[in-house]
Design a protein around this ligand. Structure first.
Ligand code: PA5
Length: 532
């Protein structure tokens, strides 16, 4: 079996202070590394486009918006004093608010001190906070963190059960840029009801993070929430982690938000280079392009060998797939772009799907993420056999799997960071969001809108509207058996399938009164009854 020459590794390896990248295993051992580097050099126009985006160009033309998440970690770059002031003022408020909560100056209704937060949000308003909370948690956390990130009642109950009687010392953050997302609204209503059942005033335990004038903003002001923090239209949901969306929960948890921002800013400095050959984000975006043919031909499997980075692949899944998964390019041509992303962590996944990666269908490329520091500095090393630690095994498994995949001709790249501290987490987030921007520019799409998400929201609302009609039809004739066709007609629709789904769901709820009458097992012949 041919092995990769060390010279190829060196030629396709970028070492910077923050991150190292190895692209050599994307290719066969006889690859012409000089030709690869020449292709990478052609990414200069994309680097230039990112410079213009950072300077305030309207990079989201559909929504006529600037794309300003880079300013959140370097406010001096914001294109005017007003935006600069808004960023700095919000950061200052976040820090003061968290300090006031930690010192008990902002306290729960029944006294004492807040000892946990419940974050209610979804998509970009949850994934970043979840990733940072899990990556950076430590015994020194000031407040425990819980999430509602869905409208699943059982999931909500489960979280409330975990919180239990500590709801009285729980600060709830309702986070929604648009302020109108139904999952988040439902979570807020469920949380408010739980506080009410516990004899507590929700508003005295609630904060909103949202756009000014949104539905949530109005609710927060009308009900006199403890406070509101802003979201701006020039920050996209999936890149909002360094606005109050991510910084407020992080600061309350006790994470070092200054270091997070410094790490992101340092990575921005490194990836602002107009020379793709020394720009880590250009290397990464280029690697995706090489691996996928610039057309999503392979899925991106993200394998961090570090438990703390377990949620990174979920975070990246949204960042990459919502940003790059687009039907049309900027010229309006149908392109159906995107890169599918999935992953969990190594070496755990070696005992799961890595079997297929090694031997199965060739429809992916792997990103190994290596973290050099095995343990926090204040923890003792332990030898599991003479001279060898658990961390040595983790490293060995990473190298071993990299070799096994390479030998089987499975493309992979490796990203190496020193540790998993706040600075590095900030840097990783910044690295990937710039890589997404560069890739989007290269393939000519708008990375900053999400028409598909909006389409799903509208379609769900149509189902809820129809459910109102179906329930009204059921209630008009209680305690009588009705065919599906009859109920659909009474609800004013010929969409029998949608009505069937609604009835079947209602029949699963013990208190709905809707039952399917035994008889014809087919959906078309189904008979239903509303027991009043
Ligand atoms: O990235 C995005 O834009 C989306 O995933 C949103 O974050 C998500 O839909 C939630 O939206 P909102 O924050 O408005 O509630």
């Amino acid at each position: 079996m041919a092995t990769h020459p060390f010279e190829t590794f060196c030629a396709l390896h970028l070492d910077t202070e923050l991150v190292a990248l190895d692209l050599s295993r994307l290719y066969a051992p006889d690859v012409d590394a000089a030709a690869v580097r020449a292709r990478l050099a052609t990414w200069a126009p994309s680097c230039e486009a990112m410079r213009q985006l950072e300077a305030g160009a309207v990079a989201n033309p559909d929504e006529n918006r600037m794309v300003g998440h880079y300013w959140l970690r370097a406010s001096r770059l914001a294109p005017n004093a007003q935006l600069r002031g808004a960023i700095e003022d919000t950061l200052d408020r976040v820090q003061r608010f968290a300090a006031d909560v930690h010192k008990g100056r902002i306290a729960p209704q029944m006294g004492g001190a807040f000892d946990r937060i419940l974050v209610i949000g979804i998509g970009g308003s949850a994934l970043g906070p979840q990733f940072m909370a899990s990556a950076l948690t430590s015994p020194h956390d000031r407040l425990a963190v819980h999430f509602f990130d869905n409208t699943d009642p059982d999931g909500i109950d489960r979280t409330l059960d975990q919180i239990g009687v500590r709801l009285s010392t729980t600060l709830t953050l309702v986070i929604s840029k648009s302020g109108g997302t139904k999952e988040t609204r439902n979570g807020m209503i469920e949380a408010a009801a739980a506080y009410h059942r516990a004899g507590l005033d929700f508003a005295r335990h609630a904060i909103a993070v949202t756009g000014e004038g949104s539905e949530l903003d109005r609710v927060a002001k009308a009900r006199n929430f403890l406070g509101t923090f802003p979201m701006w239209d020039w920050v996209g949901g999936r890149t909002s982690v360094f606005s109050a969306v991510g910084l407020l929960p992080a600061a309350l948890q006790g994470l070092d938000i200054a270091d997070l921002l410094a790490g992101a800013a340092a990575m921005d400095d490194a990836t602002r280079s107009l020379d793709p050959l020394d720009n880590p984000a250009a290397w990464l975006a280029f690697a995706w392009h090489e691996a996928t043919g610039g057309a999503g031909a392979r899925d991106m499997v993200v394998l961090p060998y570090k438990d703390r980075l377990e949620l990174f692949s979920r975070y990246l899944q949204q960042l990459v797939m919502e940003s790059l998964g687009k039907q049309f390019d900027l010229a309006g041509r149908e392109v159906c772009q995107g890169i599918a992303v999935y992953g969990n962590k190594g070496s755990t996944d070696q005992h799961a799907y890595v079997q297929q990666l090694r031997d199965g269908v060739r429809n992916f490329f792997v990103t190994f993420i290596e973290v050099l520091q095995d343990r926090q500095e204040d923890r003792p090393d332990l030898e599991v056999e003479p001279g060898i630690t658990s961390g040595d095994y983790l490293s060995g498994f990473l190298q071993g799997t990299r070799t096994a995949l390479t030998d089987a001709g499975r493309p992979n790249l490796t990203l190496t960071v020193h540790d998993c501290g706040a600075h590095t987490i900030g840097a990783l987030i910044a690295l990937y969001d710039r890589a997404v921007g560069l890739y989007a520019h290269r393939v000519g799409i708008n990375a900053y809108h999400q028409p598909g998400v909006e389409a799903g929201k509208k379609a769900a609302q149509a189902v809820i509207d129809l459910q109102h009609q179906v329930v009204a039809a059921l209630r008009r004739q209680p305690n009588s058996e009705r065919t599906l066709a009859d109920l659909a007609a009474a609800a004013g629709t010929d969409d029998l399938e949608a009505v069937f789904w609604i009835l079947r769901h209602l029949s699963g709820q013990p208190h709905s009164g809707v039952d399917r009458v035994d008889g014809d097992p087919s959906p078309a012949g189904s008979v239903w009854e509303y027991v009043a």
